[in-house]
Design a protein around this ligand. Structure first.
Ligand code: MN
Ligand code: MN
Length: 394
């Protein structure tokens, strides 16, 4: 039924005929070479002579399946390059805090911290190098961003356990290798502590002897308590963004909320997103020119496929608690599976959101050119989408 358009110059060869000719010449050469015992590259290898393409790396990690760190005040499980080597640019942590659970005062030397609250409530404090400080409360659907190196602490507010996903803009980042106040104080000579903290040497006997990480403390009061320095300046740039309260872009098959630096100015290294895929939907074929994509599946099931050029594709089914990582520029799509809506939390390692979808791209070319490229009639090309589709319905 499909017929390649005839070449205008009857003596000219179509690309298909050229390829056929090349293949038959190669086949003849191959036969000759085989007779001589010499290797000849296959026709498929022509565009990249001599190139070797390693198979695509695994791109899925079951974050919640790990044991992680467990204490009285909370717990933490992580996904770094140690667990998922392909994810060199983004690491993630699933953390839980009991009411009064305190993730102690700390900073991160190599990464900024982004978080999304799944359930419960968390209070944070953070200080910037300009001396400005902020104390905020976060509930389900809220996001925070602490720039690299800024000192911060987290408290579970209750009622019930708080559960949140932390994201870091460096795959080598380990939650268990952060700079904690108790670790530093425990390793500092008493004579320095006496001078620096204005306490008698005997007072330090009661201090922790090593890093505390998460401790069980008092449940904080409903209204945030005053900071110790009454003159401290409040941060001029908010650390909090209410992602689930922001308007979503609605599609036939679901919806998408994106929080980039445009919406959340302090988020200078990461863009976050929340995507809901209705049963039977398809997040259309697309890629991100400027960023890797780190996905955490909150609920429901999906089948993720990545395309890494050179004929390489890889598909993996994912479900709640699992991470999928899509390298920058790789083509990909997500097929929703199962009866319940699939909810996905997403991070990109760029302050700007960029995407090119296959549908948009097909609309950005002349029909005759696509007919030649795909070897189909213009009638077939007319049926192809020409605008962004986002999430396609069932
Ligand atoms: Mn932190
Ligand atoms: Mn994507």
């Amino acid at each position: 039924m499909e017929k390649p358009a005839a070449p205008k110059d009857p003596t000219a060869l179509t690309r298909r005929q050229m390829l056929g000719l090349t293949t038959s010449v190669l086949a003849a050469a191959g036969a000759a070479a085989a007779a001589l015992g010499v290797g000849v590259p296959s026709a498929r290898a022509i565009p990249h002579p001599g190139a070797k393409h390693v198979p695509l790396e695994n791109f899925v990690h079951d974050l919640e399946a790990g044991e992680g760190w467990v204490g009285a005040g909370g717990s933490a499980k992580e996904s770094t390059v140690a667990e998922l080597p392909i994810a060199r640019s983004i690491a993630g942590v699933s953390m839980r805090l009991q009411p009064g659970g305190l993730r102690e005062l700390h900073w991160h030397a190599i990464a900024a911290e982004w978080a999304y609250i799944i359930k419960g409530n968390v209070r944070t404090t953070v200080i910037a190098p300009n001396g400005q400080a902020e104390q905020d409360d976060f509930g389900p659907g809220d996001v925070w961003y602490f720039p690299k190196g800024h000192g911060h602490a987290l408290q579970g507010l209750g009622p019930g356990e708080a559960h949140f996903i932390l994201g870091f803009d460096d795959g080598n980042f380990s939650e268990f290798g952060t700079f904690s106040i108790t670790d530093w104080l425990a390793r500092t000579p008493r004579h320095v502590l006496e001078r620096n903290l204005r306490l008698p040497a005997a007072a330090f006997a009661a201090f922790p002897k090593s890093e505390s990480y998460i401790v069980q403390g008092q449940v904080p009061p409903a209204a945030p308590a005053a900071l110790r320095n009454p003159q401290i300046e409040t941060a001029q740039v908010a650390h909090k963004y209410r992602l689930d309260a922001a308007p979503a872009t609605e599609f036939e098959g679901g919806d998408l909320r994106v929080v980039s630096q445009k919406e959340f100015p302090i988020s200078t290294t990461l863009t976050g997103a929340r995507m809901n895929l209705k049963p039977g939907s398809l997040r259309e074929m697309h890629w991100h020119p400027n960023a890797d994509e780190w996905q955490f599946y909150l609920s429901g099931q999906a089948r993720v496929t990545i395309f890494g050029a050179h004929g390489r594709v890889l598909t993996h089914e994912v479900g709640p608690g699992q991470v999928a990582f899509i390298p920058q520029g790789f083509g990909h799509f997500v097929e929703q599976i199962g009866p319940e809506t699939t909810q996905v939390l997403i991070l990109f390692n760029s302050p700007a959101y960029e995407e090119i979808s296959l549908s948009s791209w097909l609309g950005a070319n002349p029909a005759a050119m696509l007919a030649d490229n795909l070897g189909v009639s213009e009638e077939t090309v007319r049926a192809l989408p020409s605008r962004y589709r986002g999430i396609i319905g069932s």
